[in-house]
Ligand binder design. Structure first.
Ligand code: ADP
Length: 161
């Protein structure tokens, strides 16, 4: 059986922490889909198209990774596309409570084919969040160790405007 995994998030923007989870997932599963959430409730720094473009550029080296739009209820997207696995990254106890609750909610909402699988964050990237990367880079701090090169370039371009 071919394994198909979903890694979903708003990725505003994609960080090296996200990319590390994607690269590791791509070695475990036959196909990995990055589901970019169109989150209308949350004001994002980057438009949906910008987030998609930066992710597509950053995962170009990974043959079995695709980028897709994730709209509406995540569980509907998961069931419709018959994912075997939904991958989540765990940075520490701060993530754990919410992730546990979400995974348990999804036990009800996903059909029997799907499991949530957690990958523990690489220690090099465990401190990174999209919010923190935006703060550091917008205040002129170094971003090379926080986000992929194309994201850094885009953020710097924004700052110079
Ligand atoms: P959203 O923007 O939708 O809240 P996040 O960016 O917080 O999504 O995260 C999407 C997934 O990636 C979550 O499972 C989260 O725990 C994981 N993640 C976020 N940052 C990192 C990181 N630095 N290392 C590993 N996993 C991460």
């Amino acid at each position: 059986m071919k394994t198909k995994a979903l890694y979903a998030g708003s990725f505003d923007p994609l960080t090296l922490g996200h990319l590390n989870i994607i690269e590791r997932a791509s070695k475990i599963f036959d196909e990995v889909v990055i589901g970019v959430v169109v989150n209308l409730q949350k004001k994002t720094m980057f438009s949906f198209e910008e987030r998609m473009d930066m992710i597509t550029e950053s995962v170009r080296h990974l043959d079995n990774v695709k980028v897709d739009m994730c709209d509406g209820l995540l569980a509907d997207f998961v069931n419709k596309n018959e994912f075997n696995v939904v991958v989540r990254g765990l940075r520490g106890m701060g993530d754990f409570d919410l992730e546990q609750q979400m995974a348990q909610l999804h036990q009800y909402l996903y059909n029997d084919k799907t499991e949530t699988v957690f990958l523990i964050a690489d220690a090099k990237y465990a401190f990174i969040s999209s919010t923190m990367a935006k703060q550091v880079i917008s205040l002129g701090g170094p971003g090379e160790n926080l986000v992929p090169p194309c994201v850094l370039e885009k953020m710097k371009g924004r700052l110079n405007k």
